[in-house]
Design a protein around this ligand. Structure first.
Ligand SMILES: [Zn+2]
Length: 122
């Protein structure tokens, strides 16, 4: 049993280490500067707000449809913390970087951004 206990302690330590590394990684992502083209100010990604667009699928046949999908990150908006303006990610000069940071690391938008709101579009 002692061996099992020792191995379990090692696993617990690995889990703790993993949590710590993930936290550091998230902080690095949140500190990356994003510039807004209109006000020309740079702000850390973690201080922007994210607007998650949702789109509706009309009911069809007997059981299909009648639900809301999530729009892709590139077709959502982020809100500049300095001037409070919405910025369509698709038109942002740093679009690829923003999409990679948001989608490429398994962190939710709620974790990355200061605030997330949903925008339901019929
Ligand atoms: Zn701004």
């Amino acid at each position: 049993m002692a061996v099992i206990t020792t191995l379990q302690r090692q696993l617990d330590k690995l889990d703790n280490d993993r949590v710590g590394v993930l936290k550091q990684k998230l902080q690095v992502i949140q500190r990356i500067l994003v510039k807004y083209v209109k006000c020309h100010k740079k702000s850390r990604l973690g201080t922007w707000s994210f607007i998650q667009d949702r789109w509706y699928v009309e009911p069809y046949s007997c059981t299909g449809g009648d639900y809301w999908n999530y729009s892709k990150t590139e077709t959502c908006d982020i809100v500049c913390p300095k001037c409070n303006s919405e910025n369509y990610i698709y038109n942002h000069p740093q679009k690829d970087k923003i999409v990679e940071l948001v989608d490429g690391h398994h962190f939710s938008t709620a974790n990355i951004f200061k605030e997330v709101t949903e925008n339901f579009k019929r």
